[in-house]
Design a protein around this ligand. Structure first.
Ligand SMILES: [Cu+2]
Length: 117
């Protein structure tokens, strides 16, 4: 073995080791997401099942009982969200089953898409 062979062997080992670590991370993420939404997460447009619990017209807020929101790292819970469009407040009523897309908009968790199901 010359020095070059030894060097490349070291690099190969490092690459394999980091590859294994990466695979472990990915399987961990898979286990944490999608508990309530059976549809596969399709990139940035993934929607999550939720139920409308309360609508606050004065604050443009909608309280949802939501499934896991993988893109903002949140497990299932009930909480209030900002509505991106005021029209959303009129499109649904308390008790409606909906699908939502929540994103962090300027630091505020915001419903950017809302659809009845
Ligand atoms: Cu939440």
């Amino acid at each position: 073995m010359n020095r070059l062979t030894i060097l490349s062997a070291v690099f190969m080992t490092a690459a394999v080791a980091s590859g294994v670590a990466f695979a472990d991370d990915m399987s961990g993420m898979k286990m944490n997401s999608g508990a309530m939404s059976p549809a596969p997460a399709s990139g940035n447009a993934a929607m999550t099942d939720a139920v409308v619990k309360h609508i606050d017209v004065s604050d443009d807020m909608i309280t949802l009982k939501h499934g896991a929101l993988a893109n903002v790292g949140m497990p299932a819970m009930t909480m209030a969200f900002k509505a991106k469009d005021v029209s959303m407040l009129n499109e649904v009523k308390e008790g409606d089953n909906v699908r939502v897309r929540v994103e962090n908009v300027n630091g505020a968790l915001t419903i950017v898409k809302l659809a009845k199901r």
